[in-house]
Unconditional design. Structure first.
Ligand SMILES: *[C@@H]1O[C@H](CO)[C@@H](O)[C@H](O)[C@H]1NC(C)=O
Ligand SMILES: *[C@@H]1O[C@H](CO)[C@@H](O)[C@H](O)[C@H]1NC(C)=O
Ligand SMILES: *[C@@H]1O[C@H](CO)[C@@H](O)[C@H](O)[C@H]1NC(C)=O
Length: 346
């Protein structure tokens, strides 16, 4: 009966872990800076609140890097009135409780990259004044529908290198300044209708006009709904390179002015339809697709007369090489035949 003691130990361990007090900071090193100048390093032995453990010194940035912090509990980062930037990287963080951040009115930049987050719950980031939120390189697969709602200063969200599968069109309600979303290297398969409905409208940061940048490179996107971009007037960069697109509807970008469209490295063989409607972007990148060479020739002809720029250098080279190879093969065949005819004669 060796099973029983093992089971008992496991049970004790389970109970112990369940009943262990929820402490956020345990042997955690915090570095403080002010105006890019180093101010202090402190090690927090065991505490649930960051502020209580910081020296009475002026700082505007805190770095917490390479510590072990599995959970950010409620109120763990609170009442830091002058904090402008928090870098929270490589801490093996796997959960943030709603209410973890509270009363951080000056916080503009929040980086929680290179951690182990799997889920972003509602109530973690809502109503914060941050401009830049970096959640890149976690394992995020679930993002609550309202996770990023009501963030009046949010300009830039980075969710690159995660495991997001589904784009939710309800994200980002009441984020009037949001101008850049980076979702490269995720597992998104589809862009639904009205996917960017909360990105609509003119955006202005002080006197600087903002244009939207949507980065969805290197996902698994196979399908884009015909109304996916509906309601958007102007996009600066729309990057969909490195996906699984095998078709591109001529009406996808009707009425949208796009500066730089990347659909290179997909599965496009041909673009049917009216090329005037397909190529609305000032520059469209289409290299790295398995183009049908006849189809590519048409695109090349169209592009030579248009003001829009179509980047297709390598595809053209491939098709030229293919044509030359075909000609060489034909020549080879003729030579063989000729030799054969000559020997037949002799
Ligand atoms: C403070 O801690 C950081 C992070 O470990 C370290 O790189 C830095 O050298 C420390 N600075 C001082 C002055 O001890
Ligand atoms: C991603 O995060 C892990 C730690 O979770 C780190 O080891 C790795 O170097 C990071 N990758 C990049 C590209 O930063
Ligand atoms: C070789 O001979 C065949 C049959 O006589 C003829 O049809 C063909 O055109 C010849 N090929 C060449 C390359 O002269």
């Amino acid at each position: 009966m060796l099973v029983k003691p093992a089971l008992f130990c496991a049970l004790v361990a389970l109970v112990a872990s369940k009943s262990s007090p929820s402490v956020t900071f345990k042997n955690v090193l915090v570095s403080g800076y002010s105006m890019y100048t180093y101010k202090f390093n402190v090690t927090i032995k065991s505490s649930n609140n960051l502020k209580e453990n910081l020296p009475k010194q002026v700082f505007d940035r805190l770095d917490i890097i390479n510590s072990e912090i599995p959970v950010l509990y409620k109120n763990s980062i609170s009442d830091l009135e002058d904090l402008d930037e928090l870098i929270f990287a490589n801490n093996e963080l796997s959960d943030i409780q709603p209410g973890a951040f509270k009363n951080v009115p000056q916080l503009r930049k929040l980086e929680i990259r290179n951690n182990k987050l799997e889920e972003i719950k509602a109530g973690v980031f809502n109503n914060l004044n941050i401009a830049t939120l970096d959640l890149s390189n976690n394992s995020i697969s679930t993002i609550a529908s309202g996770a990023f709602d009501d963030m009046p200063e949010l300009l830039n969200v980075n969710l690159a290198d995660n495991r997001v599968k589904i784009w939710n069109k309800n994200w980002f309600a009441n984020t009037p300044l949001l101008a850049r979303v980076s979702f490269q290297n995720n597992l998104i398969e589809e862009i639904p209708s009205n996917a960017f409905r909360h990105f609509q409208g003119e955006k202005q940061f002080g006197s600087v006009p903002l244009t939207i940048n949507i980065v969805l490179s290197h996902n698994l996107i196979k399908h884009i709904h015909n109304d996916a971009f509906k309601g958007l007037e102007k996009i600066n960069n729309l990057w969909l390179d490195g996906n699984e697109l095998s078709e591109w509807d001529e009406n996808l970008l009707t009425g949208v002015s796009v500066h730089d469209l990347r659909i290179d490295n997909n599965k496009l063989e041909c673009l049917d339809g009216n090329l005037d409607k397909v190529f609305v972007a000032a520059t469209t990148h289409i290299d790295g697709n398995p183009w049908d060479c006849g189809c590519l020739k048409n695109i090349d002809l169209w592009a030579s007369k248009a003001t829009q720029h179509v980047v297709m250098i390598y595809s053209k080279m491939n098709c030229d090489a293919e044509r030359i190879a075909r000609k060489l093969d034909a020549l080879d065949l003729r030579l063989k035949e000729l030799r054969k005819n000559n020997t037949d004669v002799m």
